[in-house]
Ligand binder design. Structure first.
Ligand code: AMP
Ligand code: ZN
Length: 432
């Protein structure tokens, strides 16, 4: 029923496996300059780990640590054994380099294949990867996962929408991988070109690599007429294939045979109780070349309590609420961009694209939301437009507790990328 028997391993056995693998990774990581020093300073050895809770004896690893030991300070095997390099997208600062041995690439492909199988992708499927190939892990990572599963895999890359649709039609593509903001754009593109999505052969989309709301997923499903499944990963933990929704679409199973999950309170890094939102902290068990222990992802989520109807025993995390560094503080109120997306995309007049701008007026930080309006609502009647603008502002106020400026934009007038969307523009420095 599952791709791998380990997916339904009873918890006690799964945890036993995790404990053995945790000890193993501590032993292996000690070969890297960073962990050798960190373990020496704290006096930890594999023998210090007697239970999974003992993970807390191990130091946390941050993005700053990766940068400070750039490029090779985390390698636990000789550089000659590395066969691939990827880099994180650097949305929050300069990129970091991630290395893979051949064995790492194998285990990563298996995790991706397992994830795709879980949402119904089969070897008979034709799989089009609509993501940038290059340093971004969503290119090659997803690609080799689909090949591992046995799909005919098309490395379409990102962008050039007309060509994407041609490939989908010509080769009867049934499964795609696409970044959610580009999927929304693609949906609007089909409407503009008078194409009926129901006539396209696709049935499954894997969407991930950037935060998006349930509202965005619903829209993607409607616009593209397929099922869209959330895919979570980060370069530091391989890339995609860390946590994935199953067919039930109720949270993402973290592959706990490959990753140890912790949710820590943002302030003092204490374990957050199940169900409470905190920072996701991950330890990779499988990675040989560059094992990372207790890596602070900065991503905010929670463990979803209870069992999943699919029968997998690996715990689920909720949709990523945002990154700790994404939080905006405007007029003393904490705001996450995803709250804004949720409010906007719940309104039928709103099209698929928006941008959040921060600017300064006098000494005050202000928030401006530019939002594309569907053609049929973008009318010449000023009164109707002003009323719509007010409705959007008040819907946003309900969600974020302050009233932002709202600017209505014509369909397709805001910047659009086929890669990760840049939803927030900080213009504050410029206004000084
Ligand atoms: P990178 O390794 O640079 O490709 O980026 C990884 C980051 O992308 C993660 O730490 C998350 O912040 C974000 N990300 C990846 N997948 C998702 C997802 N399904 N939902 C929300 N954010 C995601
Ligand atoms: Zn499930």
């Amino acid at each position: 029923m599952f791709y791998d028997d380990v997916e339904s391993l009873p918890r006690p056995q799964l945890e036993q496996l995790q404990l053995a693998r945790l000890k193993d990774v501590v032993a292996r990581a000690a070969a890297s300059p960073f962990y050798r020093k960190a373990f020496q300073q704290t006096g930890v050895t594999p023998d210090s780990i007697r239970s999974l809770e003992d993970v807390r004896k191990l130091p946390l690893t941050t993005k700053a640590d990766l940068r400070n030991h750039y490029p090779y300070g985390f390698l636990a095997k000789p550089k000659a054994e590395m066969v691939r390099l990827h880099a994180s997208s650097g949305t929050t600062g300069s990129p970091t380099a991630i290395f893979y041995t051949r064995e790492d690439l194998e285990s990563w492909a298996d995790l991706c294949a397992r994830s795709f199988y879980g949402v119904g992708v089969r070897p008979e499927d034709v799989f089009q990867n609509i993501a940038g190939y290059g340093l971004f892990t969503g290119g090659l990572g997803i690609h080799y996962g689909a090949e591992r599963l046995g799909c005919l895999t098309i490395p379409a890359g990102a962008g050039n929408t007309a060509r994407q649709i041609k490939l989908i039609r010509d080769f009867q593509v049934t499964a795609i991988h696409i970044i959610p903001s580009y999927a929304l754009y693609l949906g609007a593109w089909l409407v503009d070109h008078g194409l009926d999505p129901a006539e396209l052969p696709w049935r499954i989309a894997l969407i991930g690599a950037e935060p998006h709301t349930e509202e965005a997923r619903q829209r993607i499903q409607e616009l593209l007429q397929l099922k869209a499944y959330n895919s979570y990963g980060l370069s530091e933990m391989n890339g995609p294939g860390v946590a994935f929704e199953c067919a039930h679409q109720c949270g993402m199973h973290v592959w706990e045979d490959a990753y140890l999950v912790e949710i820590l309170t943002p302030d003092n890094h204490e374990p957050a109780p199940d169900g409470e939102v905190g920072e996701l902290v991950l330890t990779s068990f499988a990675r040989q070349g560059m094992p990372l222990i207790r890596y602070r992802t900065r991503d905010l989520t929670r463990i979803i309590p209870g069992d999943c109807p699919c029968g997998r025993t690996h715990r689920r995390i909720d949709r990523i609420k945002g990154r700790a560094d994404d939080m905006l503080i405007i007029k003393g109120v904490n705001i996450y961009p995803m709250q804004i997306e949720q409010a906007l995309l719940s309104m039928p007049e709103v099209a698929q694209n928006y941008v959040i701008e921060l600017f300064r007026e006098g000494y005050m930080d202000q928030l401006r939301v530019k939002v594309e309006i569907k053609n049929e609502f973008f009318v010449e009647d000023m009164r109707a437009l002003t009323a719509l603008q007010k409705r959007i502002a008040s819907r946003l106020r309900d969600e974020i507790l302050i009233t932002p400026r709202v600017e209505l934009a014509q369909h397709k007038s805001l910047p659009q990328s086929a890669g990760k969307a840049e939803r927030v523009r900080d213009l504050r420095e410029k206004d000084l």
